[in-house]
Ligand binder design. Structure first.
Ligand SMILES: [Zn+2]
Length: 191
């Protein structure tokens, strides 16, 4: 069994490769796969203190799919968030650019019913779904290449799927003109 969060999760692509050709699959199928993986990796979360289990999936421009869950520490301040965990897996595999992120958040003991498609609330508020925190949005931004249209997908336990963009979720990101900023280096080539 592939252990989520430690390596690229294979998705059946047109050429049976580990990496999906981004343009080769139906965008809705990709979105559904990102959600399914976020929901399943959430169950591996280590959250004995908050009891809030979080799963996240990153889809990279290179075609990789990476998962992560939250990992708490008794010091509380050393907690690793799911999005950052998935980002670490992406970096370790050599990918650098994020095009989509899916996040599933719910307390321990709650389950996601993805078969349901509840009607959208008439006026959506932040209380209708748990979004990524500001720190994770800034971390995601690091790998968007300043693309404001990078998609964030949030799923709720009743099967609701809410999508937004980085520009909407993080309208005032921290930006500074440091060498290398927003131009993530490709992995070092082997000697
Ligand atoms: Zn976070």
């Amino acid at each position: 069994m592939t252990r989520p969060g430690t390596q690229a999760v294979p998705i059946q692509g047109a050429d049976d490769s580990w990496y999906i050709p981004y343009t080769g699959l139906d965008p809705e199928d990709i979105r559904r796969k990102l959600i399914d993986l976020a929901v399943s990796v959430r169950l591996n979360a280590y959250a004995p203190y908050s009891g809030i289990l979080v799963g996240a999936t990153i889809h990279s421009a290179e075609g990789g799919i990476y998962t992560g869950c939250n990992c708490e520490t008794v010091t509380l301040t050393q907690t690793l968030h799911a999005e950052d965990n998935a980002r670490g897996s992406m970096i370790a595999e050599g990918d650098r650019k994020i095009v989509q992120v899916a996040v599933a958040v719910a307390p321990h003991g709650e389950h996601f019913d993805l078969e349901r498609t509840p009607p959208m609330p008439e006026s959506l508020t932040i209380r209708d779904f748990p979004p990524s925190c500001g720190q994770c949005l800034q971390i995601i931004l690091e790998h968007t290449g300043n693309d404001p249209e990078v998609e964030l997908i949030f799923v709720t336990t009743d099967g609701g799927v809410y999508t937004t963009t980085m520009a909407t979720a993080l309208p005032m990101p921290f930006m500074i003109d440091l060498p290398g900023a927003q131009a993530p280096e490709a992995p070092e080539a082997p000697a």
